[in-house]
Every structure is written in C-alpha cells, then in structure tokens.
Design a binder for this molecule. Structure first.
Ligand SMILES: NC(=O)c1ccc[n+]([C@@H]2O[C@H](COP(=O)([O-])OP(=O)(O)OC[C@H]3O[C@@H](n4cnc5c(N)ncnc54)[C@H](OP(=O)(O)O)[C@@H]3O)[C@@H](O)[C@H]2O)c1
Length: 257
C-alpha cells in the first residue's frame, strides 16, 4: 500500500521501518525536514520526505506525533482523501502534552482527535512501547505472539489497520469503535503490557474508565522518580516498563489463571 508516516520519532520511525520491510511503499516526514531523518529508518526502502509530501497520494497516513502537536498539523492531515485510512498512534500525557480540558473531562482521546480533524480515524500502535514494537514482532501464527488493540468505526479502516498491525509482527485485536478506545488509553490494563490475543480480550474488558487517568499518572510518577526525571536510564527499560505497567494497570499478572 502507499503509506505516509507523519512523525519520525520512536514510534513513527519504527512503524515506517517495519511497514517498508513488509513491502509497503512508505514515505516518512518529521517537522524539520528529510535531511534530519535518521538513515537507519530508511534501510528497508522508506523514503524521507517533507511533511507536505507525506500526506500526498496516500492510501494510509499514520500520524505519530505528540497529541499537543495535533492542532498544528490538522490542516495538513485534512488534505488526505476521505477514503484514505488515517491511523492515530497518539496518547495523552498531561505532563508532556499540557492540559487538554475536554480529555481531562472524560472525552476519549481519539474522539478528540477525530472531531478536531473532522474525519474518521483508526487508533492503533498507541498501546505498545517503541522498544517492544521494534524488537518483539513475530511471524503470524507463532506461539505467544503479542497482540495490539485496533479501534475503528469504518470497516475499511478496521481491515486496513488490522492488516498493517499484522505486517509489523503482532496479532491485531479489534477493540471496537473509537468511542470505546478509552479501553486502550494510558493507564488501562491493555496499555503497553504486551499481552497475547487471549489476554488482551480480558484486559480490554477489565478496563475501569474512572481509574485509568490516575493509574497513568501513578506510572509517570514512578518512572520519573526511578529515572531521576528521565536523566538516568534503567537497564532494559522497555521490559522494565512492561513489568511496571502490568503491576500498576493490571495488578496481578498473569490474570488469566
Ligand atoms: N514512545 C512510545 O513508546 C510510544 C508508544 C506508542 C504510542 N506513542 C504515542 O505516539 C505519539 C508519538 O510518540 P513518539 O514517542 O514517537 O514521539 P517523539 O519521539 O517525540 O516523536 C515525535 C515526532 O513527531 C514529529 N512532529 C512533531 N510535530 C510535527 C509536525 N508539526 N509535523 C511533522 N512532524 C512533527 C517530530 O518531528 P521533529 O523531531 O522534527 O519535531 C518527531 O519526529 C505520541 O502521542 C505518543 O504518546 C508513543
């Protein structure tokens, strides 16, 4: 497929690299220009382009930028055709994004994105850490494959997003409509806890909407304290975060037993 990726940070770069390795025609852009994009992202054939070009003539656009930049890129994202699939990977972290009153008041994060853009979105890759996305993908059908939640309202958005998640090495699990995608927002049991297909179904059902924001902020507080405000990396940070997330968001893991 012809795919644009807007955002070449930890998630956008990994998605671009994996989708180009899977045979898709991928172009990737950041805010500063193609010459600033790490050549390692391009080894599988993705092309670095300016942001304007990333949204031109694409069947899929993956938006992988911080939530607080969304309003700024909205005019660009509105240029893609209604038929194209717009995948939103974003999450709301008030400590990073600043306060967004509507979301603080309970609006679902991707509903906020969709309404702001005035078009449907699919939400996926938001609930897996970049280290896991880069390193833990496996072949379709392999045992204990990690599952990734996919929310979408339109059939084609759902089918395309699920196919692309599979192409990145993970089992796509349809989590329902965008209105229900709060079930895989930061703080929920399915958020960055690296669960199997069977486990993620349980985790999504267990989500308690009222407790999610508090658990998100608790996790940020622990990470901030443990890493001396993000200045001291923890060894095997990605795996450590998964363990921490399971403790805070799930409680006792494995919860299937
Ligand atoms: N990190 C994770 O493990 C993870 C996992 C799942 C989902 N997410 C979510 O995915 C989103 C992106 O996260 P990230 O960690 O990849 O962020 P990041 O590392 O900070 O990268 C953000 C990217 O967005 C680009 N960008 C910002 N404003 C832009 C604009 N106006 N036009 C074009 N590009 C723009 C930046 O380009 P410049 O550097 O040139 O400004 C950068 O390449 C966030 O909402 C995050 O919560 C993150």
């Amino acid at each position: 497929m012809k795919i644009g990726v807007l955002g070449a940070g930890t998630i956008g770069s990994t998605v671009a690299r994996k989708l180009s390795a899977a045979g898709h025609d991928v172009k990737v852009a950041n805010s500063r220009g193609p010459e600033t994009i790490d050549p390692q992202i391009l080894v599988s054939g993705a092309r670095a382009v300016v942001a304007d070009e990333a949204v031109e003539d694409v069947e899929v656009l993956v938006s992988s930028i911080p939530l607080n930049r969304m309003v700024g890129v909205a005019p660009l994202l509105r240029r893609i055709s209604d038929d194209a699939v717009l995948i939103d990977t974003s999450n709301y972290y008030p400590a990073r994004d600043g306060r967004i009153a509507a979301i603080d008041d309970g609006q679902v994060e991707s509903v906020w994105v969709s309404e702001m853009l005035g078009r449907p979105v699919a939400k996926t890759w938001n609930a897996i850490g970049s280290g896991s996305l880069a390193a833990k993908g496996t072949e379709n059908g392999s045992p204990a494959r990690i599952a990734i939640a996919v929310a979408a309202d339109r059939d084609r958005d759902r089918e395309v997003a699920m196919g692309l998640v599979n192409d990145t090495g993970f089992d796509p699990f349809y989590s329902g409509s965008i209105t229900d995608s709060w079930r895989h927002q930061p703080g929920s049991p399915a958020y960055s806890t690296n669960l199997s297909y069977e486990e993620i179904e349980v985790a999504l059902a267990l989500a308690d909407r009222d407790r999610i924001p508090n658990r998100r902020d608790l996790q940020v507080a622990v990470v901030t304290e443990r890493t001396d405000n993000f200045t001291r990396p923890v060894p095997n940070m990605g795996d450590w975060l998964v363990q921490l997330n399971r403790a805070i968001y799930i409680g006792v893991y494995p919860f299937m037993k």
